[in-house]
Write a protein that binds this ligand. Structure first.
Ligand SMILES: [Zn+2]
Length: 64
């Protein structure tokens, strides 16, 4: 009988099998890294511009 869990990161069903799901309970290494917080580190720099928190941006500006 196969047990299935949901990936804590993306909620995708993951088969609880050492052979088929070496990254369980995550569906993939990517999700595992995300959960570990590695995703936010510079080890996995996302192509594109980082958004500085204090940077004014017309597109995101909301009237108050
Ligand atoms: Zn996942």
């Amino acid at each position: 009988m196969t047990r299935t869990v949901n990936c804590p990161v993306c909620q995708k069903p993951v088969e609880w099998s050492a052979e088929k799901s070496p990254f369980r309970p995550f569906c993939s290494e990517r999700c595992r890294l995300i959960d570990l917080g590695d995703w936010a580190s510079e080890n996995h720099a996302i192509p594109g511009e980082p958004v500085p928190p204090d940077m004014p941006d017309d597109k995101n500006e909301e009237p108050q």
